[in-house]
Design a protein around this ligand. Structure first.
Ligand SMILES: Cc1cc2nc3c(=O)[nH]c(=O)nc-3n(C[C@H](O)[C@H](O)[C@H](O)COP(=O)(O)O)c2cc1C
Length: 341
C-alpha cells in the first residue's frame, strides 16, 4: 500500500487495550481521520492531554468559496466525531462528550471527550466499526438495482439518532432535484474563484499529497489525472458537469437529502455524525454513496431544494446511494500531522 494510504490499515488488533488513556485516544483518532470531509480537506486537529481529547476545527483548511460559513467544515468534523465515538464503543468504552463546551471564547473547540469503561459493543456497533476502512465515496455510476426499502428506513433511523433527518427524493421530484443540481453546476463551473479552489484540492493519481482528491476519485485515468487540475481551473465545465450529474441523479437507485431543524454549529455537528452513521450503515450492506450537494452550497438554490422536499428544516447534504464498482481509498494525513499534545 502506498504510504499516503497506509492510514487505512486500521485493525482492531492494534487497539492498545493495555496502553495509557492517551494511547487509546490516539488509536481512536486513527479511526476518526478516515471520516469523509469536503474535498478531503480533513479540517480537524485533535488535542490529547492525559485522559481528555479535544476535537478542534482547523479553519486554515476551510474552503472560503464553496463553504463560506464553514458549515461543511463542521459537518466533516461531526463525521470524525462519530468515528471516534463508534471506535470507543467497539472496545467497550463510552465516550463522554461535551459539544461546543466553550462556544463564546473558543468556537473552534467543537467537542471535548473522555473515555469510560462500559458494556461490550453490540453486533451492530461491531459491524459499523468494521465498515470504517471499507467506506469510500463512490462517484462512478451505480448498478440499476434498487436500494432495499428496509435499508432506507434504517438509514432514516440512523440519522434520527443524531437529531437529523434523511428523506429520499421520490420519482415525482427527481427531475426537479436534478435540475437544481444542473443549475448549481453551471453556476459553480462559471465561477473562476470556485474553479481555482476546487482545482487546488484535485491531484494526479500518483500523488504524495496526504489530502485532497486524487483524479481516480473522479474516475480519471492516470494521464487525465495530470491534466485534471489544469482543466478544472481554466475552463468553464459547468454544462458538461451538469449533463453528467443529471444522468447520475436521475439514474440513482436512491437520492436522499440529510437535514436538520436548525442551521448552526451544533446542528452541523449532528448532521456530520448522522452522515457518518448513515454511510457506515450503508457500507455494511454493500451500498456506496456520492454527493450532489451543489444546490445546498449555493444560498440562492438551497431554499428551492427545501421547498421541493416539503419538509420543515434545512437540507445539509444530498447524496446518491447504490451499488457501485469498487473504488480506491483517498489519502489521509497521518497522526503526527493531526494530533497536538
Ligand atoms: C460535508 C461534505 C461535503 C462533501 N461534498 C462533496 C461534493 O460536493 N462532491 C463530491 O464529489 N464529494 C463531496 N464530499 C466527499 C468528499 O470529497 C470525500 O469524503 C473525500 O474526498 C474523502 O474521500 P472518502 O469519502 O472516499 O474517504 C463531501 C464530503 C463531506 C463530508
Amino acid at each position: 500500500m502506498p504510504t499516503e494510504l497506509e492510514e487505512w490499515n486500521v485493525t482492531e488488533a492494534s487497539f492498545p487495550a493495555k496502553g495509557t488513556p492517551a494511547e487509546r485516544l490516539a488509536f481512536l483518532v486513527r479511526c476518526a481521520i478516515l471520516a469523509p470531509s469536503e474535498h478531503n480537506s480533513q479540517p480537524w486537529v485533535f488535542h490529547i492531554t492525559g485522559e481528555t481529547l479535544e476535537l478542534i476545527a482547523d479553519r486554515k483548511r476551510a474552503l472560503p468559496v464553496v463553504d463560506p460559513e464553514h458549515r461543511e467544515l463542521v459537518i466533516s468534523c461531526g463525521a470524525a466525531l462519530y468515528h471516534l465515538e463508534l471506535a470507543a464503543r467497539r472496545f467497550g468504552y463510552r465516550a463522554d462528550v461535551s459539544i461546543l463546551p466553550d462556544l463564546k471564547r473558543h468556537p473552534d473547540l467543537l467537542a471535548r471527550l473522555s473515555l469510560h469503561l462500559s458494556s461490550p459493543a453490540t453486533e451492530e456497533e461491531l459491524a459499523l466499526f468494521e465498515a470504517i476502512p471499507r467506506r469510500h465515496t463512490n462517484r462512478l455510476a451505480f448498478e440499476p438495482k434498487p436500494v432495499p426499502a428496509d435499508l432506507l428506513a434504517s438509514l432514516g433511523d440512523a440519522a434520527r439518532a443524531h437529531g437529523a433527518w434523511l428523506v429520499p427524493i421520490d420519482h415525482d421530484h427527481r427531475v426537479r432535484a436534478a435540475e437544481l443540481v444542473m443549475e448549481a453546476d453551471r453556476l459553480q463551473g462559471s465561477d473562476m474563484r470556485f474553479r481555482r479552489e476546487l482545482a487546488a484540492w484535485i491531484h494526479p493519481n500518483h500523488t504524495s499529497s496526504h489530502d485532497g482528491v486524487p483524479g481516480y476519485g473522479f474516475g480519471f485515468s492516470t494521464v487525465a489525472s495530470y491534466l485534471g487540475p489544469f482543466v478544472v481551473r481554466n475552463f468553464d465545465w459547468g454544462d458538461e458537469q451538469a449533463r453528467h450529474d443529471d444522468e447520475l441523479a436521475e439514474a440513482a437507485p436512491a437520492l436522499v437529502v440529510l437535514g436538520t431543524e436548525k442551521d448552526e454549529p451544533r446542528a452541523w455537528l449532528n448532521a456530520g455524525k448522522a452522515l457518518a452513521h448513515v454511510l457506515l450503515a450503508a457500507t455494511t450492506r454493500g451500498v456506496s454513496a456520492s454527493f450532489l450537494n451543489q444546490p445546498i452550497e449555493l444560498a440562492e438554490l438551497r431554499p428551492r431544494l427545501s421547498a421541493l422536499l416539503e419538509r420543515a428544516g434545512l437540507p445539509q447534504l444530498m447524496f446518491r446511494l447504490g451499488y457501485g464498482p469498487s473504488v480506491q481509498p483517498t489519502p489521509r494525513r497521518g497522526l503526527e500531522e493531526v494530533i497536538r499534545r
